[in-house]
Design a protein around this ligand. Structure first.
Ligand code: DQQ
Length: 572
């Protein structure tokens, strides 16, 4: 069914909602209990605790055949506070069992919160957690915890080190800006290295420490890296990456340094020299036009781990709510984790490529496909036959008219601004074209995930946008429009888009995962079976769908341990 409904599109594009920015910061609230229940915004296949507040992913790892995810969690309510390390396990990164929290704030060195950190495998494959404690004096200190029983693959009980705190904010370190130790690594001299996020004299930085025994740490004279432009670095991450998904052992590899600041996860690539601990960066944080981010939408405080079972690097990120705090309290929960993504270096060595882990495909059902379908100027058509509120869609567009793309004004340097100015309803030549996700039948609610392509000299610039401004008829929501450029090989004359849609989250991967944008949306009409998925083209030139595959997604099995037992599910 192909119907021309430009007028409907134009009408609904006038409905611009209030823009409320949600800060990825936290204020302590005590004793707030949760109310949980069936709700339109609860996700079906994204990782969530049964109730309450969740933020950063912590210390993910693969141990004796089991994946572990720890995360920042408030056991008492749907707002940030009382932060513990909650703990869940999985055999496939899709279905999860929630265990009891692994680390709780109970000692002078972490009594005000067990904040973010990472796991490291010590000799003999023994896991160890380094985490930040908010101590009795409200200083940020770094602590160690180890499993009580390493032969237990579930690692249920953790014991805090008698040597805690291991690292304290002395000398020029600000006690309020000293947190989130990374996974440690060993240099050629067998000394362990770890970095801790900080801000000293206005510069964000990764302070570097070395240790022989993992207990006594000596600060290096120089940070691993620093920047005057960023502010405090939260949740740094530092790891090797290569094009073929190994742990960066072969020649063509780089190191990634990620730092979380200004509500975004920013990355730089460079060459790390283990003998000297020098990190020579290709480009720096916030360099104009080269600001590399994992995700240009809602995605923060992320953490990677190397999956030695499947030989791949996996990324998790916290996706905060864009709803008001009072609504979070009413629904009884707040925060999602992204679908775990594999991370590789692109063939050019200049960017990262991310893709949802293969395992998530086990949830696909009711496949719907189109092939070789032309989408002319102003056309929109529905993808029928799937549960559009809980779906996975992959579409590949051929761009036969690329040569006729409009020129890019040299002043248009900010892709996010460009997405807001041009919009999905603005008429271009090659684009805007893409998907209308979580859309109501009358299109008054819709999230447009789309591309628009411009010519610049002899090359092309692909703009990717996720427009939340019409995502809900509800007011008081964060409806920021996100945008980024996608660096593709224009000679191929095609571009792909994949969106994982799960009630209140849309994770989109443009150009085979070169550019990712995650959004939180809270439709009022387009919920459950009332939700629809459309393909549209508002450019004056046709684009061609070479293939479109869409699936309904089944619910992942994510339960507390006791529910598993009650349901007598044989988990393995
Ligand atoms: N969240 C943690 C901190 C970290 C921040 C506290 C990032 O350790 O810096 O919950 O979201």
């Amino acid at each position: 069914m192909e119907i021309c409904i430009i007028s409907a599109l134009c009408l609904c594009f006038l409905l611009v909602g209030d823009v409320v920015e949600v800060e990825a910061s936290h204020h302590p609230y005590r004793n707030l209990q949760s109310l949980s229940g069936e709700q339109p915004y609860r996700t079906a296949y994204h990782f969530q605790p049964p109730k309450n507040w969740m933020n950063d992913p912590n210390g993910p790892m693969y141990y004796k055949g089991v994946y572990h995810l720890f995360y920042q969690f408030n056991p008492y309510g749907a707002v940030w506070g009382n932060i513990s390390w909650a703990h869940s396990i999985s055999y496939d990164l899709v279905d999860w069992v929630h265990l009891e929290p692994a680390i709780n704030p109970s000692d002078p060195f972490d009594i005000n919160g067990c904040w973010s950190g990472s796991t490291t495998f010590l000799p003999g494959e023994k896991p160890a957690i380094l985490y930040t404690g908010d101590d009795i004096k409200n200083r940020q200190v770094q602590n160690l915890a180890v499993p009580k029983n390493v032969s237990d693959p579930l690692l249920i009980e953790w014991v805090k080190s008698p040597h805690n705190p291991l690292l304290t904010p002395i000398d020029d370190i600000d006690p309020q800006n000293f947190r989130d130790p990374t996974t440690a690594w060993q240099g050629p001299d067998r000394l362990w290295r770890v970095i801790v996020g900080s801000k000293i004299n206005g510069s964000g930085m990764a302070i570097l420490y070395r240790s022989r025994d993992f207990v006594e740490w000596i600060r290096s004279d120089n940070p691993l890296h620093s920047s005057t432009k960023t502010g405090m670095w939260e949740c740094p991450d530092f790891y090797p990456v290569s094009a073929n998904n190994t742990n960066g052992e072969e020649k063509f590899s780089k190191h990634v340094l990620k730092a979380s600041f200004k509500n975004q996860d920013h990355c730089i690539l460079g060459n790390y020299m283990p003998m000297t601990d020098k990190f020579e960066v290709d480009t720096d944080f916030l360099d104009e036009g080269l600001d590399l981010r994992y995700d240009y939408g809602n995605f923060y405080a992320s953490k990677t781990f190397y999956d030695s079972g499947k030989k791949r690097r996996i990324l998790w990120g916290w996706v905060i709510e864009s709803d008001s705090e009072s609504n979070d309290i009413e629904k009884g929960w707040s925060g999602l984790q992204s679908i775990p993504r594999s991370v590789v270096l692109s063939g050019t060595g200049r960017q990262l490529m991310q893709w949802p882990i293969k395992e998530i495909e086990k949830l696909r059902t009711n496949k719907v496909s189109f092939h070789e379908k032309e989408v002319k100027d102003g056309f929109i058509f529905e993808v029928p036959g799937i549960t559009a509120s809980q779906a996975d869609v992959e579409v590949s567009f051929d761009l036969p008219n690329l040569d006729e793309a409009e020129s890019l004004d040299p002043n248009w340097v900010d892709p996010q601004l460009l997405c807001s100015q041009k919009g999905a309803s603005g008429r271009g030549r090659v684009g805007p074209f893409g998907l209308l996700v979580l859309a109501s039948k009358d299109l008054t609610e819709q999230t447009a995930v789309f591309f628009r392509i411009f010519r610049r000299h002899d090359n092309y610039v692909v703009l990717m946008c996720s427009d939340q401004s019409r995502s809900s008829l509800r007011e008081g929501l964060g409806k920021t429009i996100y945008g980024a450029f996608v660096h593709i090989d224009h000679r191929e004359k095609k571009i792909s888009l994949r969106s994982l849609i799960d009630h209140s989250i849309i994770e989109s991967f443009g150009g085979d995962g070169r550019t990712c944008i995650t959004a939180r949306v809270y439709p009022k009409l387009a919920i459950h079976t009332e939700s629809r998925l459309y393909v549209f083209n508002n450019g004056t030139l046709s684009v061609r769908i070479s293939s479109l595959n869409a699936w309904s997604m089944k619910r992942a099995q994510i339960f507390p341990m006791q529910n598993r037992r009650k349901q007598q599910i044989n988990y393995k």
